[in-house]
Each structure stands twice: as structure tokens, then as C-alpha cells.
Design a protein around this ligand. Sequence first.
Ligand SMILES: *[C@@H]1O[C@H](CO)[C@@H](O)[C@H](O)[C@H]1NC(C)=O
Ligand SMILES: *[C@@H]1O[C@H](CO)[C@@H](O)[C@H](O)[C@H]1NC(C)=O
Ligand SMILES: *[C@@H]1O[C@H](CO)[C@@H](O)[C@H](O)[C@H]1NC(C)=O
Length: 445
Amino acid sequence: MGMGGGMDDYPRKPHQQNQNKTRLKIFLLVIFTNLLTIYIFTGSSFNLSLSDHTHHPSLWELDPKALLQELNSTQAHLASSNTRIAQLHRQLISANSLLETLLSELGGRLQEPTEPVKPSGFSSVQLSGELKLAISPHKLPLGYAPRVGSDEVFPPVGAACLQFLDELKQYMTYDVGGECPVDDVFAQRLMLKGCEPLPRRRCHPKSPVGYVDPTPHPESLWATPADTSIIWDPYSCKSYKCLIDRKRSKGHYDCKDCFDLEGREKSRWIVDNGGLDYGIDEVLRAKPPGTIRIGLDIGGGTGTFAARMRERNITIITTSINLDGPFNSFIALRGLIPLHLTVSQRLPFFEGTLDIVHSMHVLSNWIPDAMLEFTLYDIYRVLRPGGLFWLDRFFCLGSQLNATYIPMIDRIGFRKLRWNSGRKLDRGIEMNEWYFSAVLEKPMT
Ligand SMILES: *[C@@H]1O[C@H](CO)[C@@H](O)[C@H](O)[C@H]1NC(C)=O
Ligand SMILES: *[C@@H]1O[C@H](CO)[C@@H](O)[C@H](O)[C@H]1NC(C)=O
Ligand SMILES: *[C@@H]1O[C@H](CO)[C@@H](O)[C@H](O)[C@H]1NC(C)=O
């Protein structure tokens, strides 16, 4: 039955006694809260009426001018008590929501009396020190509440961070104002597990020794940066030469040949082979010249797609993670914009804003179907009407292509402007592994 099961589904008999105790507690709690409310209201009105009656002379003793002043001051009093009442009202609302939380927790206990209550949020977890400061709610100055919709604000942090509380605590252990630990790999692993966004920290990331100014644009687009541009500690390679040479190694590395800007990167998206590999200029021709101006490349490796688009005066933001390589820094050193984001995160763009979204390799059948559908809907969301989604070499099994992915893309509502699929070749042998590439359009209406 699971989460949908109501209280009536649960066999209650054996826990009757326990329940009665809890009921009594709830009853007492309700009485207590009501008494508190009565106290707050009568207490404050008592104060108001007291001041009204003791300090003010009666009407007969006043001349008209004084009477006006008196009226004026009464008005001021009224205004201030209105504010006070509004304040009390807010307090009451928050007391009520506290009560609701308590009641629902107790309700949960009634349902499963033998099992411990699982924490339903950060509020029910013991937090302390820097972690507490970083993720607990903070009070807003009076007057901001209506704009925000709450009189306190929670610094955002991935809900799944709760599942990895020990690691989160470790991440938040450092000298405030000092140097951050070099824990990029550890932090990114937390993100990849769903603790995204991570909380903010109050420390300085270590700077590389001997940092030099980056290569000027436009040479920067195709220049290998200086080795002193980054901290190498988190990576197995300790120089760009090592990263470039990695393409010849047997090891399994993400985007193995992406750091060699003189190699395969140079020719990507330049030639349209009429099959799975589209050319940028051919794709852009789907729209009136100059109307594709801004966009996003999801999982864009070292940023070559954005570099090629920049040469066409199109601004592309590249999401990338640093999987055993300094991908984000490398993109930035090319003079392009990196965004350190996993594919699970909601895209930080407003809906209907981007002209184009491109993605190669990263969106594939490793992503659980339900998650992928949310991702594709999110891409649809951020595209403007008539915007393009270039899905580049999506990898899957033959059976998944027709059974899962084509129906999913249709269901979301994309229009196919171009579609190619083909079997994967392994040393000339056709496998039952397929790629498809597509240019999809978000409909105009
Ligand atoms: C009433 O108060 C306002 C400011 O609070 C002041 O500008 C005004 O002159 C006062 N009127 C009288 C009649 O005192
Ligand atoms: C890009 O913009 C610059 C400056 O406006 C212009 O000189 C150049 O021709 C443009 N390049 C392309 C490929 O449109
Ligand atoms: C998918 O369906 C089409 C049309 O029914 C068929 O021609 C094609 O072979 C199928 N593809 C795969 C990979 O099974």
C-alpha cells in the first residue's frame, strides 16, 4: 500500500494503550495553545485599554485644539495597535503551524507506533555550529515578509543532503575566515548523490601558486592554459599535458580526448555527415539568421560547443562537472561560461528564455526513465517558443528506442525537425546499441 495508505489501513488494536496516552497529550497541547492565545490577546488589549483610560483627560476638560490633538494621538495609537495586532496574528499563525507540525508528527506516531519517526526535514535533525548557521532559517527585517511570503528565509540546500548528514557535517567543518579544505572531489560526490545545491561556506578556496592572467580573447578559445592556472590536488593528472595525453591511455575517463584542442575537438560540429553528426551551421539554418542568440550546453565537456557558438556570436553557458579533470576551470580559461551543475538539478533559468539547448552523450539511458522525463520537461520549460533542443548522440539499446525514448519525446510535446538513428559500431561490428540525434523544436503555441 505504501505512502497512500491512510490511518484506517493500519491494524490498531495492539497499540490501543499507547494511543490513548498520545491522545491525552494532544488534548493537553490543544488546551495549552488555546490558553496561550487567550493570554496573548487579552493581555495586550488590557495594556491598551489601561493606557487609554489612565493617561488621557476626559472630553469636557479639553478645548477644540487639544481635542484635535487628542484625536490625532488616538489615531496614532490605533495605528500602532493595528500593527501590534497584525504582529500577534502572525505569531498566532506560526504557533498554529507549529501545532500542526506537532500534531502531524504525533499522527505519524499513531500510525507506526513501533517504528522510530523518520526526520521529515532539517528542522527535525540536530544541527549545530557552522552547518546550522548555513542552512537554518534566518529572520527577515520587518516589512520584507510580504515580498518573500515568509518572515524568515531558508538558505537553499539539496533535500537529499539529509541522507548524508555525516558527510554534510564534514563538508561544513573548516576554519571560518580561513582556507577551505581542498575537498572538491568529496564535495562533488555529495552533489552527484543529490545533495545539490551544497550549502555555502565561509572560507577561501586555495589559490594556485604563480597564477598568471588568462589568455586574451579570442585566442583563449583554442589555447591550452598555463599549468599554474589551477590547483591540481583533486585530479590524477598534474598538468594539462597529462590530460591531453590521456586520450591515448587505456583508462576509462570521462571526455577522454576533450582536453586536446588540436585534436578531435577542432572538427566537432563543423561537418554535417547527414547522419548522427550534425553541423552547427546546418542546425542554425532551421531558424531565421541571428535569432539563435543564447543557450545552454548540458554536459559540455571542455566547452568546445560554446567556443564554436561564440565564434558565431552566440552565447552558450556550459554545464559540466569535474569528473577526474578540471573541466569547469578549463571552460572558464577558454573565456566561456561554466556552470557546475549535475543533470539532476533544476535548470537555473526562467521559463521561455533560451533559444537553444544542446546536449551530447550525457543525456542517455543511464538516467532512470522518470528522472529523464523530468529533465526533458525542464529543457522544454526553459526554451522559448520556437527554441531548439539539439539532442546529440543519445545512447540506448534498440528495444528502448521505440519502447521508451521516442514516446517520451512525443509525450513532452517536442516537434521533430530532424531525426537520425543508427547502430553503434564496435570494430566494424554492428551492436544492438543505438544512438539517435535529433533537432527538436518547442512549438510556437
Ligand atoms: C496630526 O499628526 C500629524 C503627524 O503625525 C501632523 O502632521 C499633524 O499636524 C497633526 N495634526 C494636529 C491637528 O495636531
Ligand atoms: C560577430 O560580431 C562581430 C561584432 O559585431 C562582427 O564583426 C562579426 O562579423 C560577427 N561574426 C559573425 C560570425 O557573425
Ligand atoms: C522502431 O520502429 C520502427 C517502426 O516501427 C522500425 O522500423 C524500427 O526498426 C524500430 N527500431 C528499433 C531499433 O527497433
